[in-house]
Design a protein around this ligand. Structure first.
Ligand code: FES
Ligand code: FES
Length: 143
């Protein structure tokens, strides 16, 4: 119960004070993605150099879960290499589906606050919207 309250506070904090909000003027990866079931959308811009995500920002319109998750995601992947970012995305996806996951000794930052989403299957797409956008953007840099 107390943990739930803490998690709710973390989620609302990211929703009300989003980290890395905006558009990167010098980004070299831009991805637009939406959740077709509700129309909520996100635009992610990243500055990727030599396999490192040097900077990342997001903007969009969506529910508290989707926007808080985007904020947490940008905070977590900034400065990371592409493989680590993709690994974190896999971990997060398992977490919000309520499946077992191995944190692989990575710092998960605030994203654990969203593990309760697994109890609300309709919300899983909200939580993963920003992550799917990030994956799509990074995979496109490998082409
Ligand atoms: Fe409540 Fe989206 S409507 S989190
Ligand atoms: Fe649209 Fe959550 S209700 S992303």
């Amino acid at each position: 119960e107390q943990l739930d309250a803490l998690y709710r506070r973390v989620i609302m904090d990211h929703y009300k004070k989003p980290r890395n909000k905006g558009v990167l003027p010098d980004g070299n990866v831009t991805i637009d993605m939406n959740n077709p079931t509700c129309g909520d959308r996100i635009r992610l811009t990243m500055k990727e150099k030599d396999g490192i995500i040097e900077d990342v920002k997001f903007e969009g319109e969506g529910c508290s879960i989707s926007m808080a998750s985007a904020s947490m995601m940008t905070q977590l992947i900034k400065g990371k290499d592409i493989n680590t970012a993709l690994k974190l995305s896999r971990i997060f996806s398992l977490m919000v589906q309520g499946k077992d996951y191995d944190d692989e000794q990575l710092d998960l930052g605030d994203i654990e606050a969203l593990h309760g989403v697994s109890k609300f299957p309709a919300r899983i797409k909200c939580a993963t919207l920003a992550w799917k956008a990030m994956e799509k953007g990074l995979l496109s840099t490998n082409e």
